[in-house]
Write a protein that binds this ligand. Structure first.
Ligand SMILES: [Zn+2]
Ligand SMILES: [Zn+2]
Ligand SMILES: [Zn+2]
Length: 111
């Protein structure tokens, strides 16, 4: 089965547009300018898939496109990705959830 990532690609494009339009209040966060267009690295958490493990929800790094599992998942790969790379901005990978979380500034950006 071919994964359909079209909706997921739109997530980063949409957020980038919101930032460009000044729709997001930075709330002291200087990381919004680091958001880039990208293709998500995988349909699910790549590291969990490699281990044959499962997750609760997915988080997308909007700086590089890494897909990792959330903090409610036992492997917390999204947070581990931040510690490994310093990519501080993640969004939910679930359709219809509009927020951006910054690990460094601990703020939630919502349109
Ligand atoms: Zn920030
Ligand atoms: Zn994972
Ligand atoms: Zn990243």
């Amino acid at each position: 089965m071919k994964p359909d990532t079209s909706g997921k690609v739109q997530i980063s494009a949409k957020i980038k547009q919101l930032v460009a339009d000044g729709e997001l209040d930075p709330q002291g966060c200087s990381h919004l300018s680091e958001i880039k267009d990208h293709i998500p690295s995988s349909e699910g958490c790549g590291k969990c898939l490699a281990m044959g493990d499962t997750w609760v929800n997915l988080r997308l790094c909007v700086i590089c496109g890494h897909v990792g599992c959330c903090d409610a998942s036992k492997n917390t790969h999204a947070t581990k990705h931040f510690h490994e790379t310093n990519h501080s901005l993640i969004v939910s990978f679930q359709p219809g959830e509009d927020w951006i979380w910054c690990y460094v500034d601990e703020v939630t950006h919502t349109p």
